[in-house]
Design a protein around this ligand. Sequence first.
Ligand code: FPP
Length: 240
Amino acid sequence: MPLISKYEAVLPRHIAFIMDGNGRWAKKRGLPRTAGHREGAKTLRRLIRDLDDIGIEYATFYAFSTENWKRSDEEVSALMKLLEENLDDLVNYENENIRLRFIGGRERLSQVLRDKMEEAERRSCDRTGLTVTLAINYGGRDDIVRAAKKASELIRDGFLKPEELTEDTFESLLQTADIPPVDLMVRTGGELRLSNFLTWQTTYSELYFCDTLWCDFTKKDLEKAIGEFSKRNRRFGDAK
Ligand code: FPP
């Protein structure tokens, strides 16, 4: 029996994750915050397999926000190093058919990380399973401003007429242009906000918040979130 039948109702096509609570997880154990992020990366890798098993098509993870540069130099460097290390492993999921892509401004990232990101995208682009998008130096507002700049350049250079600038054309200029809108947004760690993640793409998302810290988030927690999603009545502004 296919796994999907276990979920009976509609599966979300695209799930986004705000992986919050790594610092608290580490603190509870008397460890440095960076140990929490290291454990969080393990959760992410485990969860990618679970998402693929369940049959989710798209998963987007908030790995580093445009605001996270405010953290200590030590924490920022540790996070960047962790990303570099994990990209090698993630792209080596050859058998698992996972496609990797990235959103966020690359100009502030190290050349080593940028090269690894390009390599990961190139090596995995033909895969047909779960598409994993890692948001690195990403902000929802920044995404919208970048799209607005592109639109104004297209108009200035005569490739687009102002009257042709619709929601659809604007959406095609966002960094998420080739992935569907978010159906389900999951935030761990107990906070009830979206923190500048996928601002445009979550206007009709179902939101799911849980107290579980990201490092402790398991396949069971994921199934609970999906179960909750399947019970929601999505109307997209329509009546009933
Ligand atoms: C928020 O928890 C978490 C982050 C800012 C970083 C998330 C990054 C990872 C899970 C590692 C990513 C690795 C890969 C391979 C993509 P917090 O530090 O704000 O926790 P707190 O609220 O308990 O302080």
